[in-house]
Design a protein around this ligand. Structure first.
Ligand code: C5P
Length: 226
C-alpha cells in the first residue's frame, strides 16, 4: 500500500519580508516560523516522514533543537534556486515509491491546522490525480497598469486562491516538475501535463506569511490555538 509523505521547501530567502534572517526562521510564538508547519505535519498519523528541503549552505537549521520531532523529521540540504527546483531536488533525494503520496507544504504557511490537513488527505487519498487546499476568491479583482490605475475589473466567478499542502503521487509530481520547471506551485506543473487537480476547500487562516504585517496575524492565530 502506498504511504503518505510530506515535503516542506524551505530554501528561500523571503526577500519581500525585508529581513536578513530567511523568512522560515523568523521568530513566531517563541519558535522559528517553520516549526509550526512541521509540528502540524509531524503530528499527523497519516504522514510517514516529513522532509524539509534546505539550502545547501543553510547555516541556521542546526542552531535550533528539532529533537521533539524525532526520526519523523528529515532535513535534506539540496534546495535549488526556485521553489519548484527545491521541490524537485527534495523529491529525488527522498527516493519515494512512484505511487506514494507527497504533501508539499510551504514553510511560510505556519497556520495550517491539523483539521485542514486531515480534511485534505481524506478528500484526496482515493483520487486519481491529487489536488490542493484552496479558497474561492472573496474580493473583487482589479487589473492594474504600470501606474497602479485600474484597467478593468476581472471576473472572479470560479477563481480560487491556491494554498498548500498540495498532494500528488510522487511519480506524477516528478514527471510534472521535470516537464514544467518554471511554475510557482506544484499543481501548475501537474496541470501542464493535462491533468485537472482537485480544489479542496480550505480557509483564509492558512495564509502565506509574505509581508511583515502578516507576522502579527499569524501570532494571533497561533496563540489563540494554543
Ligand atoms: O517566496 P515564497 O513565499 O513564494 O516561497 C514559498 C516556499 O518555497 C517557501 O517555503 C520558501 O522557503 C520555498 N522556497 C524554496 N526554494 C527557493 C525559493 C523558495 O524552497 N529557491
Amino acid at each position: 500500500m502506498s504511504e503518505i509523505f510530506a515535503l516542506v521547501p524551505a530554501a528561500g530567502c523571503g526577500s519581500r519580508m525585508g529581513s536578513e534572517l530567511p523568512k522560515q526562521y523568523l521568530p513566531l510564538v517563541g519558535q522559528p516560523m517553520i516549526y509550526h508547519a512541521l509540528a502540524t505535519l509531524c503530528a499527523s498519523p497519516d504522514v510517514s516522514i516529513v522532509f524539509v528541503v534546505l539550502a545547501p549552505d543553510d547555516v541556521y537549521w542546526h542552531s535550533y533543537d528539532w529533537s521533539i520531532f524525532g526520526d519523523k523529521l528529515q532535513p535534506l540540504f539540496c534546495g535549488g534556486s526556485t521553489r519548484a527546483e527545491s521541490v524537485l531536488n527534495g523529491l529525488m533525494a527522498a527516493e519515494l515509491e512512484l505511487d506514494d503520496w507527497l504533501l508539499v507544504h510551504d514553510a511560510a504557511r505556519p497556520c495550517l491546522s491539523r483539521k485542514q490537513l486531515a480534511f485534505l488527505i481524506e478528500a484526496l487519498r482515493d483520487d486519481d490525480v491529487g489536488g490542493i487546499l484552496a479558497v474561492p476568491v472573496a474580493d473583487t479583482l482589479k487589473r492594474a497598469d504600470a501606474e497602479c490605475r485600474i484597467v478593468h475589473t476581472e471576473n472572479r466567478a470560479g477563481v480560487w486562491q491556491a494554498q498548500t499542502p498540495q498532494m500528488f503521487r510522487a511519480g506524477l509530481l516528478l514527471q510534472a516538475l521535470r516537464t514544467a520547471p518554471n511554475v510557482t506551485d506544484d499543481a501548475s506543473a501537474v496541470e501542464a501535463l493535462g491533468f485537472h487537480p482537485k480544489l479542496v476547500t480550505s480557509s483564509s487562516s492558512n495564509f502565506k506569511v509574505t509581508y511583515p504585517q502578516d507576522i502579527e496575524l499569524a501570532e494571533l492565530l497561533l496563540t489563540r490555538r494554543k
